[in-house]
Ligand binder design. Structure first.
Ligand code: NAG
Ligand code: NAG
Ligand code: NAG
Ligand code: NAG
Ligand code: NAG
Ligand code: NAG
Ligand code: NAG
Ligand code: NAG
Ligand code: NAG
Ligand code: NAG
Ligand code: NAG
Length: 598
């Protein structure tokens, strides 16, 4: 786990101008990187002007969007759809009689989280200690990841299992309606005590509960709507209608996406100072760390200032920045990073009731750095309960696809993708397969050993020959080979998609980005490490027709990997949010009514 990678790779990163990145400053991730250094007085006025340039178009755009959305568009349609009767009843009942309705819906088992979360909020009393003393099991039980039907989820999971070999997960399929996946393990050096209890002031607690109930009722409506979407007609959408075999369930995804837009709210903890908090790299392969936090701030639609209305709580730290500013270089000592994470969570757990309420299950972190998983091991609840959005989605490093989110690694140079997207049609691609890159990690040496300069059709290089352009090669290739390097994720996957090249994933224990929604098999090829010698045969075996189909799908799904400033619907920012939203749909947070009522 302690790889050289963490140190080496940060060196590639452009040094950020951190001073301007405060939360009250300019919110654009890239504003910092392009402004030339100036004296302090002129810099403040110039950034004010920049802000103006930014805000005026934003207001204009929002106005235009507001005016131009037709009445009969999806937006209006969704709002006017009658919620399902059971959802209405549940909402009505829950606002009067707390708790009862939440547990009343036995038909909604797929997403039902039985006792897992409830356990965490037992307040004092013998019953609370009884459950909590059983503290080896920190993990919250969850249902299958997407709110698709249990059957599909199982098929999906098995498919993942086939291709990725998830032998380390324990799965039990109890009946047609529920799939439980439990990962057992002893918590790391526990910072939580077995006797942990929560003592909220009664009044405060009641208020939280009422709002929490509303939040949960909204989620329940979304679950029903998503379930119904499978049989429903295709929804309209002014921008894009997901359709085709690239999706596990295109209609359910579409409905889920629209539900997210309608209600999803993230609370970003305000505590913490840049550069480690509320900041992150905007360029380099870790760019998602910085861009996510900045985009979340720009796209205020998904943020709430009222934590009681939040569905999820974002822990806004950047692991890449910690490696730079907290970790002492080459020390191999993770404890400063871990301490930073622990201190931060302790701080927000003291100040707010939310971490303790769910034991972290409705909290999420995002990290693209290789050491993201390592940072999350600081606290058992963070690792086992919280949603971890990671580039390094290595199931052998305890990435859990049921509750964690695999996000793509995107090597950004600027905030525009101009010049990065494109490529000719399938028929004009001359090269069968292409790879060029450093020989690191366990897989690449095998690839090079078998294919470097071995075959005209398989262009595998350590270094590109002089005068050969990397992107031109990708654009002229049918297949782009994306082997894992230091860590499972590789920015090549997104580069291949951008260039219309069908990715060939060669990895072990990797969960591909957004595989909760996307059916990677339909637009990529997976080759196991053992099959590397047969690479050419495998690719040659794919018929031209099938190749053309896959390539067309690559062009369709690449919108989900596009980076936009400001974000656009269905792009990578929204897909990350959507995956977090899906994970949140799988848990239900409750307070302990009985004890509070005393
Ligand atoms: C709502 O509550 C009433 C009375 O408590 C009950 O009769 C009714 O069945 C409940 N409805 C649902 C859907 O739970
Ligand atoms: C999770 O499920 C397992 C069995 O599948 C059970 O033994 C365990 O107690 C459950 N944990 C929680 C927290 O409910
Ligand atoms: C996962 O794969 C292993 C080995 O191939 C198999 O024994 C197990 O049943 C599979 N699990 C699921 C859920 O398909
Ligand atoms: C899976 O379950 C079996 C039997 O319940 C147990 O022996 C095994 O250790 C478990 N594996 C993991 C990784 O928890
Ligand atoms: C699976 O979860 C359901 C509730 O979602 C629970 O009733 C059942 O006992 C669990 N089964 C196992 C084997 O954990
Ligand atoms: C666990 O914590 C104890 C003291 O709290 C410490 O002595 C020990 O080294 C820690 N173990 C690990 C594996 O971090
Ligand atoms: C938990 O509570 C029991 C009984 O109240 C006590 O003996 C034990 O020391 C406590 N453990 C911790 C870690 O606080
Ligand atoms: C969807 O359709 C299938 C069969 O076409 C039916 O069995 C199922 O009950 C329907 N589901 C809903 C939620 O209407
Ligand atoms: C949450 O739990 C921690 C540890 O048990 C405790 O120190 C803290 O005061 C609790 N927070 C709140 C708001 O009660
Ligand atoms: C995934 O994690 C395992 C366990 O730590 C490690 O051995 C393996 O090298 C990792 N994969 C990559 C590509 O880094
Ligand atoms: C290629 O296709 C042939 C015929 O369908 C099959 O026998 C062979 O196993 C395939 N080779 C590979 C490497 O998939």
């Amino acid at each position: 786990m302690a790889r050289e990678a963490g140190d080496v790779r940060t060196e590639q990163e452009a040094r950020p101008a951190k001073a301007q990145m405060g939360r009250d400053g300019n919110k654009s991730c890239f504003a910092c990187c392009f402004s030339t250094p100036t004296t302090s007085s002129s810099s403040s006025s110039s950034s004010a002007i920049k802000l103006l340039f930014f805000i005026v178009p934003l207001i204009l755009v929002s106005f235009i969007v507001f005016v131009s959305v037709p009445r009969n568009s999806t937006w209006a349609l969704i709002y006017s759809l009658p919620p399902s009767t059971s959802a209405v009843a549940a909402a009505a009942n829950s606002s009067e009689k707390l708790g009862a309705a939440v547990h009343a819906e036995s038909s909604q088992q797929v997403l039902d989280l039985p006792s897992g979360v409830v356990k965490t909020v037992d307040v004092g009393g013998s019953s609370g200690e009884a459950t909590l003393s059983d503290s080896d099991e920190v993990a919250v039980n969850r249902s299958a990841s997407p709110p698709l039907s249990a059957v599909e989820a199982v098929t999906k999971f098995q498919e993942l299992n086939e291709t990725k070999g998830y032998s380390s997960l324990n799965t039990s399929i109890t009946d047609s309606d529920s799939l439980n996946i439990t990962i057992n393990g002893t918590p790391n050096n526990a910072t939580t005590s077995p006797n942990e209890t929560i003592a909220l002031p009664l009044k405060h607690s009641r208020q939280v509960r009422t709002k929490l109930d509303k939040v949960e009722a909204g989620l329940q409506r979304a679950r029903s709507a998503i379930r119904e979407a499978k049989n429903g007609s295709q929804l309209q959408d002014p921008d894009y209608v997901p359709i085709g075999p690239m999706y596990w369930d295109a209609k359910a995804f579409h409905r889920s996406y629209l539900e997210m837009e309608k209600q999803f709210k993230v609370f970003v903890y305000k505590e913490g100072e840049p550069p480690v908090f509320h900041d992150g790299p905007c360029k380099s392969i870790y760019s998602m760390e910085g861009n996510f936090i900045y985009k979340l701030d720009v796209d205020a639609k998904f943020q709430t200032k009222d934590p009681q209305k939040a569905h999820v709580f974002y822990l806004p730290f950047s692991v890449a920045k910690m490696v730079r500013f907290v970790y002492s270089r080459d020390s191999r000592d993770f404890s400063p990073i871990r301490r930073t994470v622990v201190d931060y969570i302790n701080l927000v757990a003291q100040k707010y009731p939310y971490w303790n309420r769910s034991h972290g299950a409705d909290h999420f972190m995002l990290a693209c750095h290789d050491w993201g998983p390592e940072a999350s091991f600081s606290l058992p609840y963070l690792e086992k309960n919280s949603i971890r959005a990671l580039c390094n989605a290595n199931t052998s490093e305890r990435f859990n696809p049921v509750k964690d989110v695999s996000i793509p690694e995107i090597n950004l140079i600027t905030d525009k993708l101009t010049g990065l997207m494109g490529g000719p049609s399938a028929s004009r691609r001359q090269i069968l397969a292409f790879f060029a890159g450093g020989v690191h990690g366990p897989i690449r040496p095998v690839l090079l050993e078998h294919w470097e300069d071995k075959d005209e059709d398989i262009k595998v290089h350590k270094y590109l020959p002089r005068g050969v352009n990397y992107y031109d090669m990708m654009r002229n290739s049918k297949y782009c080979i994306c082997p894992s390097g230091y860590e499972v994720a590789s920015p090549r996957i997104v580069e291949a998609l951008y260039n219309g090249c069908v990715p060939v994933l060669i990895s072990k224990s990797y969960v591909a980005p957004f595989s909760d929604v996307l059916r990677w098999k339909s637009f990529s090829v997976t080759v196991s490490v053992d099959d590397i010698p047969k690479l050419k045969e495998i690719l040659m075996n794919i018929s031209t027709r099938q190749y053309i189909r896959m390539q067309r799908r690559v062009l369709q799904v690449r919108r989900h990997f596009e980076f936009n400033s400001p974000p656009k619907r269905y792009d990578v920012f929204h897909m990350i949010l959507h995956s977090v939203w899906l994970r949140r749909l799988n848990v239900r947070i409750t307070d302990d009514h009985g004890v509070v009522a005393n």
